[in-house]
Design a protein around this ligand. Structure first.
Ligand code: GRF
Length: 195
């Protein structure tokens, strides 16, 4: 049974998809811990509802970025994860973090990397740029995390056609749905040693 740690910053719908995937047998794993860098992240509420330990590690309790990164590493080491999932985790990871868990960290990004990825492209900003540039297609990507921002080896992508009347809000909702699908599939593949 794979030990999965999930890092979040917001509502945690990707976290919920992972929890559901573990509970319905799609994923041969268990979420052993959730770490949020936002105190009020609703994903912490989702974790506690499923009796999964959740902890806040953020600017309020670790204002110094290096101390915060070390606290993340220490907390994760205690959980002994086989896989770390960045599920909407809006913080750039420090080198010591990457080095501690190399090739065990995956991220879900709401665009077809390499498009609309890297510094400054996250959340709604991605969808606004896609609409602004009148792209015909968009989608989501799961990738391994390396020392860059959204630059690691791509694991899975899913494409959708941007509608004529599409708005950034409607696109965000549609992309989020496929994020959940490819994130669960990617974790399944990781569990089955297919990656
Ligand atoms: C969403 O914007 C998603 O596109 C991106 O980060 C956010 C996370 O959403 N991966 P949630 O917290 O998983 O609902």
């Amino acid at each position: 049974m794979l030990r999965i740690a999930v890092l979040i910053s917001g509502g945690g719908t990707n976290l919920q998809a992972i929890i559901d995937g573990c509970e319905n047998g799609q994923i041969d794993g268990q979420v052993v811990g959730v770490i949020a860098n936002k105190e009020k992240a609703y994903g912490l509420e989702r974790a506690s509802r499923h009796k999964i330990p959740g902890v806040y590690i953020g600017r309020r309790n670790y204002p110094d970025i290096q101390m915060r990164s070390q606290a993340l590493v220490d907390q994760l080491k205690a959980l002994q994860p086989d896989l770390i999932v960045l599920a909407g985790f809006l913080e750039i990871l420090q080198p010591n973090f990457i080095a501690s868990f190399r090739d065990k960290i995956i991220n879900i990004h709401p665009s077809l990397i390499p498009k609309y990825a890297g510094k400054g492209y996250y959340g709604m900003k991605v969808h606004e740029a896609v609409i602004q540039n009148q792209e015909a297609f968009s989608g989501a990507t799961v990738h391994f995390v390396d020392d860059g921002v959204d630059t690691g080896q791509i694991i899975m992508q899913s494409v959708l056609r941007v509608g004529q009347e599409e708005t950034a809000e409607s696109l965000q909702k549609r992309v989020l749905k496929i994020e959940h699908e490819i994130l669960v599939s990617s974790i399944q593949k990781f569990c089955n040693r297919e990656l």
